[in-house]
Design a protein around this ligand. Structure first.
Ligand SMILES: [Zn+2]
Length: 201
């Protein structure tokens, strides 16, 4: 006999607004990129439940959610490092087996079901869950990572080699080399500086 699941809060997952200030990267990459760096070092932008709530686009987050998202992020970065052939210092020393187990654990941490709804007489597919918004976002991000890392698009995953950068991105354009225009500008400025100082010297 199948266990009956009581649905505490039914939330159409696909109706959530995009978190503010995020790039167009897939959600697993946006989670990876909450570790950033500049001249002064590496900065973690996911250290409080408030920061997680902001990343989730306003969904309340508990301390346990923060721990779970940080574990998933470390696992995603380990897999990304492997797939992108990342040679940056930050990408070394990962336990890939453990990362795979962590991603799978997160992917099964919340259940979601497709449901049918009628909107102006038109059938629509929505996803419902009995988990909190934060928990279902964790499972959803892990599930998207499974698709990303196993699908054709995985060959587009890149590490950004601009000075100090620790981000990942999808090379969605043949000429795209950097995670952001800002990184591209810094690389061009550094090249220009090297050329002009070589000429002057
Ligand atoms: Zn970059």
């Amino acid at each position: 006999m199948q266990a009956r699941v009581s649905v505490r809060s039914v939330q159409p997952l696909d109706a959530r607004p995009e978190p503010p200030g995020q790039s167009g990267e897939p959600r697993p990459i946006r989670l990876m990129n909450t570790v950033r760096a500049d001249r002064s070092g590496v900065h973690d932008h996911l250290t409080t439940t408030g920061e997680l709530t902001a990343w989730l686009g306003g969904a309340p987050a508990a301390e346990a959610d923060l721990v779970a998202f940080r574990s998933l992020r470390a696992a995603l970065r380990a897999l990304a490092a492997l797939l992108a052939g990342d040679t940056r210092p930050i990408a070394t020393g990962h336990d890939v087996e453990r990362a795979v187990a962590e991603i799978n654990r997160a992917a099964t941490s919340a259940s979601a079901w497709p449901q049918l709804t009628l909107s102006d007489g038109e059938p629509r597919r929505i996803i419902t869950t009995d988990a909190s918004a934060a928990a279902s976002a964790l499972a959803g991000t892990a599930a998207e990572a499974v698709d990303l890392f196993t699908g054709d698009r995985r060959t587009l995953l890149r590490a950004c080699y601009a000075p100090h950068c620790v981000l990942y991105f999808m090379k969605d354009h043949p000429r795209r080399e950097w995670c952001s225009p800002g990184c591209g500008n810094r690389v061009r400025a550094a090249r220009h500086y090297r050329r002009t100082s070589a000429t002057a010297g």
